[in-house]
Design a protein around this ligand. Structure first.
Ligand SMILES: Cc1cc2nc3c(=O)[nH]c(=O)nc-3n(C[C@H](O)[C@H](O)[C@H](O)COP(=O)(O)OP(=O)(O)OC[C@H]3O[C@@H](n4cnc5c(N)ncnc54)[C@H](O)[C@@H]3O)c2cc1C
Length: 337
């Protein structure tokens, strides 16, 4: 474990933008992390996972700690349940596959989401009708100021839509070193409510899908819709889908009759940000090498030589135009650093 100097972060972020870490270290255990925190006197470090939800738009002035804590274990079994844990640096999709190999259900809809297990609770990763919070049990995290190890249960994490306490009050304060989930070992509760999954399974003649069938369907759908960061730099959905009070939505619906929406339990509605961006004329457009993906307007892409600043400026232009057209401010989902 050696602190290196002036390390290029280009290979460490899925946007593939250039940035330099003045100091960079990779940790493989909680003890290594605590040792680094004791030894480092240069201010609060930045924790890096797979770099799939960050936009490096400014100058990095902090020690970058790359979380490579690996471990996967089934820690308990009882009835139809099993508790599994993953080190914070485990690759999320490999962890999902490992759970599937052990016939454990509950995260099959979250297949192929890039990044690490340790970052998954931060924005409560979600896809195809499921969110991490539904299977979350607890996590362990080291406080960066003190080096102390703390546990957080589900309540303490305050999960919300692409949100948790680690994106709010505790932003940048902890390094998540271990995540524990409660999964099913039998009688899996499959979620195939999402139209594209239902259609794919029906198209394959699968009437009684298994967790493996659902995972394969999700992988196929994702691969057909989202750009592969290895080919075209991106960070997945750049903006959150905005939630509106019903009254505001009604007003908009009078003007935009075909506006898609999802009713929420609290009486409000969620609008697809991709549709709003497309209506504002941005789908497939680019400003230099920073672009709005031609197949899904919610995804911003790096066509080659865009800087983090270029992508950030494109995102701001999109926010302004959507605000002007619909009176809705799109919140960025990606962490701008
Ligand atoms: C093609 C593509 C598709 C995507 N699809 C989805 C999707 O369907 N659903 C979804 O929810 N997300 C999606 N994402 C976003 C991303 O994959 C997730 O947010 C993922 O959890 C980020 O993990 P990471 O390890 O790459 O985090 P990073 O990008 O490395 O970090 C993100 C933030 O978390 C912090 N952080 C990282 N690790 C830790 C840790 N161990 N402890 C404390 N803080 C930490 C960082 O400091 C940073 O602020 C997608 C991204 C891409 C590129």
């Amino acid at each position: 474990m050696k602190i290196r100097e002036n390390v290029s972060l280009k290979p460490y972020n899925t946007f593939g933008v250039e940035a330099t870490a003045p100091h960079f270290v990779e940790i493989h255990s909680t003890e290594e992390l605590q040792q680094i925190l004791r030894q480092w006197q240069g201010g609060k470090p930045f924790i890096l996972g797979g770099g799939s939800n960050i936009l490096l738009a400014g100058e990095m002035r902090r020690l970058v700690i790359k979380n490579s804590i690996k471990e996967k274990a089934i820690t308990a079994r009882k009835g139809d349940k099993a508790w599994v844990s993953a080190g914070g640096g485990e690759n999320w999709h490999e962890f999902v596959r490992w759970c599937l190999e052990h016939e454990l259900g509950g995260i099959e809809n979250l297949s192929l989401i890039p990044g690490t297990a340790g970052a998954a609770p931060i924005q409560n990763i979600g896809a195809y009708g499921c969110e991490l919070s539904e299977v979350f049990h607890m996590l362990e995290a080291v406080e960066l100021d003190t080096g102390a190890l703390h546990s957080f249960g589900r309540e303490a994490c305050r999960f919300g839509y692409r949100d948790s306490i680690f994106k709010q009050e505790l932003k940048g304060q902890y390094c998540i070193t271990r995540v524990s989930l409660e999964l099913s070992t039998a009688h899996h509760q499959l979620n195939t409510s999402y139209g594209a999954i239902r259609q794919m399974l029906a198209g394959q003649g699968i009437g009684a899908p298994t967790i493996h069938d659902v995972s394969r369907a999700v992988v196929a759908i994702r691969s057909s819709k989202l750009p592969d960061p290895e080919v075209l730099g991106n960070s997945g959905s750049f903006f959150k889908n905005p939630e509106l009070p019903y009254r505001q939505f009604e007003g908009l619906q009078q003007e935009y009759k075909d506006m898609p929406y999802y009713p929420l339990d609290n009486g409000g509605v969620k609008l697809p940000a991709g549709w709003l961006i497309e209506q504002a004329g941005w789908k497939g457009k680019r400003l230099g090498d920073a672009g709005c993906y031609e197949k899904q307007a919610l995804v911003l892409v790096n066509h080659g030589k865009a800087s983090g600043r270029d992508i950030f400026e494109l995102a701001q232009r999109i926010q302004d135009d959507v605000q002007e057209k619909f009176g809705i401010w799109l919140e960025m989902e990606v962490n701008v650093v």
